[in-house]
Design a protein around this ligand. Structure first.
Ligand code: BG6
Length: 489
């Protein structure tokens, strides 16, 4: 499959935190791939900005190292890498002081799109916005890209929105949630709104329940300081999983337009019921063994707080009080150090109203499974007759659509979420970015959930490393006569 490359205008992209981990792993390799795809007009530039005392050449050397580490060798033709590095420059900057800002201003060129990527600690977001404005570096057409976490509760998110709003309009602010840039996540909208097949059934009347799973095998070793203040609820549920829930649950927008889509998502968040304590299970991974048999540490060993009560796993039953969804629960679960890395959404339909078959043995519900990663694709589980002369016996088979097979595309051809999102910033398309009111509404829902377990002093339940999570999470479903799907790649 040859993907279409939509041209963008020439740009100056300044990456604050240009020497940081996200820039090295995702932003710079993503930009390089877009460059290879021909989506970086000749007079576009990337400027790294950070505290480190580097110059253009030494920064280019660090970019070259990042590409060597995070871009497959087949894509690293030396002439291409050199041509890309030619577009890269560096300014050493003091985010809280005055150093470097006039240098940065001198680098900015007229008549190109200016985008400023805040890939730094959230405490610096306000300082960067203020200095860009005060030094006259940002103009009315400039955009800022703000990384997560966007606040740690409603009050901090609101304060941050207010700070940014002093210097930038909402149309200039791109709040990143990289899940929205994932190919299959966008496919959720295509599947729902470009087919007649699903939408008529997409409601409580026909859907029994929805399961959203984001399971990871990684632990938090090395990220303990951040993660311990966050936990699975803030790190994954309030943002990424909330976005997935919104895309499944929202009403059809009148048009695929940034505000139309975001208006509909906002209505879903506002319709979420408060979550009761018995509908929440929190867990923390215990020590275990890695694939090589060596001991792996427990969550508490990886955190920086002795006897930490932060959750590395959470499962929740979420109810949406509106006409479409009343009575159809959404079960969400996410965790670290689980048995497999897999993200999927499973929509389980209700039983047919009447069975004409005497032998209903083997009967199971229709399930639409949307696999976000790995092996992106969809599976619709349908009932057929078991082959052979054994009478009318039923069996369930998948209608399988693995995107790589169906599209003939190698996995490396699917652009990474960051590539797509950065190009959307340059194009000025905010559809896949969170609006300020959306983020605040998500915190307004999450805050009482978190405050509830904090005030009760609940401790997370331990779970075995490499398992499916805590035992109590199974009960969350069993209690309702339902089962989680198996966590497997
Ligand atoms: C990040 C979280 O936002 O998303 C991480 O901070 C998590 O804890 C990551 O591992 C998951 O992203 P992906 O794209 O690997 O599913």
């Amino acid at each position: 499959m040859v993907s279409r490359v939509i041209p963008v205008d020439p740009f100056d992209l300044v990456i604050f935190g240009g020497t940081g981990d996200l820039a090295r792993r995702k932003i710079l390799p993503g930009l390089y791939r877009r460059f290879l795809a021909g989506q970086m007009p000749p007079d576009s530039r990337i400027i790294g900005a950070a505290r480190a005392d580097l110059n253009d050449d030494s920064f280019r050397a660090t970019v070259a190292e990042a590409l060597a580490e995070f871009v497959p060798v087949a894509l690293r033709e030396p002439a291409n890498v050199a041509a890309f590095l030619d577009r890269v420059g560096y300014v050493s900057i003091d985010a809280k002081g005055t150093g470097g800002w006039s240098d940065l201003k001198l680098r900015m060129r007229p008549n190109v799109v200016r985008a400023f990527y805040f890939s730094v600690a959230p405490a610096l977001f306000g300082d960067l916005a203020e200095r860009l404005h005060d030094h006259g570096i940002a103009d009315a057409w400039s955009r800022i890209v703000v990384e997560k976490p966007f606040g740690r509760d409603l009050a901090t998110a609101r304060a941050l929105n207010e700070t940014l709003a002093k210097h930038f309009t909402e149309q200039q602010i791109y709040r990143i949630d990289h899940y929205l840039g994932k190919e299959t996540v966008q496919n959720l909208m295509a599947v729902r709104f470009a087919n007649i097949l699903f939408e008529p059934l997409w409601k409580a009347q026909y859907i029994d329940h929805v399961q959203i799973t984001v399971a990871e095998t990684v632990d938090v070793d090395g990220r303990g300081a951040y993660y311990d203040k966050s936990g699975a609820m803030r790190d994954m549920v309030q943002n990424h999983m909330m976005q997935l829930l919104c895309l499944i649950a929202m009403e059809p927008p009148y048009h695929f337009d940034p505000d139309a889509v975001r208006d509909e998502k906002l209505k879903v968040i506002r319709a979420l019921d408060p979550v009761t304590p018995e509908d929440i299970v929190r867990g923390q991974y215990l020590a275990g063994k890695g694939p090589d048999g060596a001991r792996t540490g427990s969550y508490v060993e990886h955190s920086e707080t002795p006897a930490s009560t932060t959750e590395s796993y959470i499962a929740l039953k979420v109810n949406i009080s509106n006409w479409r969804w009343k009575g159809t629960p959404f079960y969400l679960r996410t965790g670290k150090r689980l048995r497999a890395r897999t993200s999927e959404i499973a929509i389980t339909f209700k039983e047919p109203p009447h069975s004409i078959f005497d032998d209903a043995k083997g009967w199971r519900e229709n399930v639409l499974v949307i696999r976000l990663q790995p092996n992106e694709g969809m599976n619709l589980m349908v009932m057929i007759k078991e082959p052979g002369p054994g009478g009318m016996r039923l069996m369930q088979v998948p209608l399988d659509m693995t995107f790589a097979d169906a599209l003939g595309a190698g996995a490396e051809e699917v652009p990474d979420a960051y590539e797509r999102l950065i190009m959307d910033v340059i194009r000025g398309n905010q559809t896949l970015f969170m609006r300020g009111d959306e983020v605040e509404a998500a915190w307004a829902w999450a805050d009482p959930v978190i405050q509830g377990w904090e005030s009760r002093g609940d401790r997370p339940q331990g779970y075995d490393a490499g398992s499916s999570g805590p035992e109590d999470a199974l009960m969350l479903m069993h209690r309702d006569g339902r089962r989680w799907r198996e966590i497997k790649e």
